[in-house]
Design a protein around this ligand. Sequence first.
Ligand SMILES: *Cc1c(COP(=O)(O)O)cnc(C)c1O
Length: 453
Amino acid sequence: MTTTIPGEPWSTGVARDDEGALVVAGVPVADLVAQHGTPAYVLDEADLRSRAAGYRRAFEAAFAEVGAGVDVYYAGKALLSVAVARWVHEEGLRVDTATGGELAVALRAGVPGAHIGVHGNNKSDDEIRAALDAGVGRIIVDSLVEVDRVAALAAAAGVVAPVMVRVTTGVHAGGHEYISTAHEDQKFGLSVAAADGADSPAMTALLAAVARPELHLLGIHSHIGSQILDPSGFEVAARTVLELRAALALRTGVLVDEVDLGGGYGIAYLPGEVALDPDRIAKDVAASVASSAAALGTPLPRFSIEPGRAIVGPAGLTLYTVGTVKPVRVDEGLVRTYVSVDGGMSDNIRPALYGARYHAEVVGRLSSAEPVLARVVGKHCESGDIVVHEVQLPGDVRAGDVLAVAATGAYGRSMASNYNHVPRPPVVAVRDAASRVLVRRETVEDLLALDQG
Ligand SMILES: *Cc1c(COP(=O)(O)O)cnc(C)c1O
């Protein structure tokens, strides 16, 4: 038998019934397929909400313990729809957006502007104006030119823009370890590393922001990476940011009120992987920032964090239908069974983009056939169109089988494309034994509607 259900990496509402068929929050997989077709993204609403609330409670409790406040921003880029934004808002989270489109969805959901953050390394004037119009709580400034740009647009709008300056601390994390480098070769943020005794780019931008009356400098922002499983990176980055905050106070007398520690909290994608525990990481980071601030002799700021993947990733799965099954001899004695499904890199680009690994199971039935080494592939015209690189599937896997891929809630739908003119799958929410469509399936008519002929 080749099943890990229930358990990680599946959402908490996932089970198998007596015949071995998947049930998501009380809805049998056969009903989901009959009602919504495949491929389909399925979201376990209760699981998503409890992860959102869990992060908020864990951080509020741990930071209260050291005497600091904290806000949790859901990083909308992981998966954003009006319903998802409303759910996280109802669970007491704020919402981070990175484009005018994401901002529009959060506003449509009724998230108050004051509870929205606006990111982006290349915001257009229109996007900045839309953010100011909406009265967003913070615009995270990503370059020195943007300090001037936001100030000019705020002046034109007759408002004072609340801003944070995004800095790069040299700490990079993702996967199991973190690395620390002085100079960064990437597009985001402003480096805290100073060259030849000059002010660092981060300090230069902070000084510029302090000097502009059209800006209210709320604080400093740092995001160190994604899918982080080693908490020490957060602690090193936080210490660096608190040092910069203290240095700015010495220079200007302005001790900024807020520090954002970004997102990147890692989840389980494969059986046996262990997600970061929000309670543990919150306690570790709170204790660490408290000791850093004490060493610097500065009072603690208000903190914020920005989890995306950790809120929606485990709450989602993707359902596919198997089409063709092809054993391929890849080596003496090694046969890989290629299992083609009715989606692929257009609905989950992560395996092709960065070699991301996923887990899949046949979920329409329970098979007692010997497992075989399988690779789940899509229907696109690329040999790199891989959904699951390597997984044991029952040897009798066949056309018509329904396959579920676990933990696809984050960066699946949000990075989906129409490659090969494949319409994008729907996002279906399941809760209390009922399903409903959050984002409907695209049709070929939708695609043709854009084509002006
Ligand atoms: C992507 C991103 C996040 C969320 O990252 P996750 O890995 O999904 O938690 C948070 N903050 C910023 C600035 C980001 O770019």
